[in-house]
Design a protein around this ligand. Structure first.
Ligand SMILES: [Fe+2]
Ligand SMILES: [Fe+2]
Length: 216
């Protein structure tokens, strides 16, 4: 596993920082690391607070570096279209939202912690699958190894800088989510709740119409 536990006063986990490589391999390695860290967060025999912090920093640094370097370049190279790029950003915003909820759970031994962790695991897993299928596969077939190596170095530099600076405190994650809402990447939470309610009502209405039609 590409993490290192260091004991002492402030327990922390050091996340491996590659500086070069094929962008697809680097991203896949991080996706595996997400799973490792999510699992560390689930275990009761681990320092959950340190694991949660390391996971948050890695999720933010990884996605921000993808959005600033990988997605735009793959689009310019016509490996992916605007739909893939925008959908990827939308899923990053979903992850940011779930991450904020996870970070805001007080303590690490509560139902709220478990629930938020389960939700975060789901959205991270979903995004990894989609990104691997619809963005990384085209990167493998549509761009050269040279470009993938250039992208690897650029992405790793941005990712590592964010990790070094610290990029996932609660205010930082909240600011990223607010930016996604103000840029229209995702709708505000209350608007989405409202839309969900309208959908449920419409579904119930349609079911009733169908039932009534059967009676006649
Ligand atoms: Fe990724
Ligand atoms: Fe991503």
């Amino acid at each position: 596993m590409h993490i290192r536990h260091s004991g002492g006063m402030a327990n922390s986990i050091f996340v491996f920082r590659p500086t070069s490589g094929d962008i697809v391999e680097l991203i896949l390695a991080d996706h595996r690391l997400f799973e490792d860290l999510l699992r560390e967060c689930r275990r009761t025999d681990r320092d959950r607070e340190a694991s949660r912090k390391a996971l948050a920093e890695l999720l933010v640094a990884h996605a921000e570096a993808e959005e600033s370097h990988v997605y735009p370049k793959l689009r310019r190279k016509r490996a992916i279209g605007s739909h893939e790029e925008e959908h990827g950003e939308e899923e990053h915003a979903d992850i940011t939202e779930a991450l904020l909820e996870f970070l805001e759970a007080k303590g690490t031994d509560t139902q709220k912690y478990d629930d938020a962790l389960e939700k975060l695991s789901t959205v991270v897993g979903h995004h990894a699958v989609e990104e691997e299928l619809t963005i990384l596969n085209p990167a493998l077939t549509e761009v050269s190894g040279t470009v993938r190596a250039e992208l690897g170095a650029a992405w790793a530099t941005a990712r590592n800088r964010l990790l070094d600076e610290g990029c996932a405190s609660i205010p930082q994650v909240r600011a990223i989510l607010e930016r996604a809402v103000s840029e229209g990447t995702i709708a505000p939470a209350d608007a989405r709740e409202e839309a969900e309610e309208i959908k449920t009502k419409a579904k119930k209405k349609a079911e009733k119409v169908e039932e009534d039609a059967k009676k006649d």
